[in-house]
Design a protein around this ligand. Structure first.
Ligand code: GLU
Length: 418
């Protein structure tokens, strides 16, 4: 992996820029550039054909100055320690940026989940959980869904942890099915937040939903609910993509139809969806639009395509979709980037509500969840917006100012043990 696309190197660059601009003490930079704990485990799985396969699993706790570690578990063929370290660091900033009492963590297994049966995935999830059991827990580090994991995996994870402990521990992970301690609204929360933050940005910049178009890269959990919520706000979603390619309709896609198409177990991808023009992923990113929401992977907006983007603003649904070099080009071109640590924080914020409800054993209705979610996201957006205006910095820089300042303050107040 080149240094420009190594996510951890990019995460360090972003931290360096923020610390330099804020005049943060070098000791704090040094502290924050080292993840607190990195665990790598072998995950042996008996495959359905009787053979054994061993997968690599990772869990990184970046920092716990503000609270227990929090962050998802992803299943993907390119997962490695540097990616998980970067994602864990971004979780520290995300939780601090929205002001929820967590540190940052992340985990993953290097596996292509599409090649495993449901039974194999269950054995993999259970063995991975057992192998990291000493570093996770409701008071220490709380996993959640991320790329290619969802409520099903979180159910297995909670069960495995609980069986080992001898009693039910709802709060060990979030994003669980609502029947077993999950929260209403968690499935929609990340995409809801992306659209909510995009909408707040639009309001501040005099953009009207009915005159604005959105392009969404990635149609997993985040992309799907970004599209549905944006449609509810009155925006026109003109293109979406998934692993099968891009789908474009200049006068607006039928979001409900496309959502129903991908939700059909007979499809699972958008392949075969006919009511749109087929385009490539590169073409999709370069479409003329108001809001571009990359909701797929890291390193999608790079120096190669940053000069060709034709959106007014990038709102990051994925973690780390824009490289620091591309950020610079976009800033020079006057294209704002509303960063991941603010734009996609709706998911972890709702995870926080789930954990709170689990600990109280008292569950909220959907209206309460959404009301509290919007309240936290609005406050975070306003904190960042204020700094953008006062300090004349980019949205990413402003979000880092808010986040790094809060973490640095917590480290300072707690002091260094012993
Ligand atoms: N994986 C999600 C993220 O990147 C959610 C994490 C969580 O809910 O803890 O923010």
């Amino acid at each position: 992996m080149s240094t420009e696309t190594n996510p951890f190197q990019n995460a360090l660059k972003q931290l360096r820029l923020a610390c330099d601009a804020m005049g943060i003490n070098e000791d704090i930079y040094t502290y924050l550039s080292h993840p607190t704990r990195m665990v790598q485990v072998a995950v042996p799985v008996r495959m359905d054909n009787g053979h054994l396969k061993v997968f690599e699993g990772f869990r990184v706790l970046h920092n716990s100055a503000r609270g227990p570690g929090k962050g998802g578990i992803r299943y993907a063929p390119n997962v490695d320690m540097d990616e998980v370290k970067a994602l864990a660091m971004w979780m520290t900033w995300k939780c601090a940026c929205v002001g929820i009492p967590y540190g940052g963590a992340k985990g993953g297994v290097r596996v292509d989940p599409r090649k495993l049966s449901q039974a194999e995935l269950e054995r993999l999830t259970r063995r991975f959980t057992a192998n990291i059991i000493n570093v996770i827990g409701p008071e220490t580090d709380i996993p959640a869904p991320d790329m290619n994991t969802g409520s099903r995996e979180m159910g297995w994870m909670m069960d495995t942890y609980s069986m080992q402990k001898g009693h039910v521990v709802h709060g060990v992970c979030t994003g669980k099915p609502v029947e077993i301690g999950g929260s209403l609204g968690r499935t929609q929360a990340t995409g809801h937040g992306v659209a909510f933050i995009a909408h707040e940005y639009a309001k501040r910049h005099g953009m009207k939903p009915e005159e604005s178009t959105i392009v969404i890269q990635g149609f997993g959990n985040v992309g799907q609910y970004t599209a549905l919520t944006a449609k509810e706000y009155g925006y026109k979603v003109i293109a979406v993509s998934d692993i099968s390619g891009g789908y474009y309709k200049p006068d607006g896609l039928d979001v409900d139809e496309i959502f129903a198409y991908i939700s059909d177990p007979a499809h699972r991808t958008l392949e075969g969806y006919e009511n749109a023009q087929r385009i490539t992923n590169e073409e999709l990113l370069e479409l003329e639009c108001t809001i571009l929401a990359p909701c797929a992977l890291e390193n999608q907006i790079t120096p190669e395509n940053a000069g060709k983007l034709r959106c007014k603003v990038v709102v990051e649904g994925a973690n780390g979709p824009t490289t620091p070099e591309a950020d610079k080009i976009l800033a020079e071109r006057g294209i704002d980037v509303v960063p991941d640590i603010l734009a996609n924080a709706g998911g972890v914020t709702c995870s926080y509500f789930e954990w709170v409800q689990d600990r109280m054993a008292l569950f909220w209705d959907l209206d309460r969840v959404n009301e509290e979610l919007d309240k936290i996201l609005l406050r975070a957006f306003e904190d960042v917006q204020k700094l953008v205006e006062e300090r004349k910095v980019t949205y990413r820089m402003a979000a880092y100012f808010v986040a790094v300042h809060r973490v640095a303050k917590a480290i300072e107040m707690r002091g260094i043990y012993p």
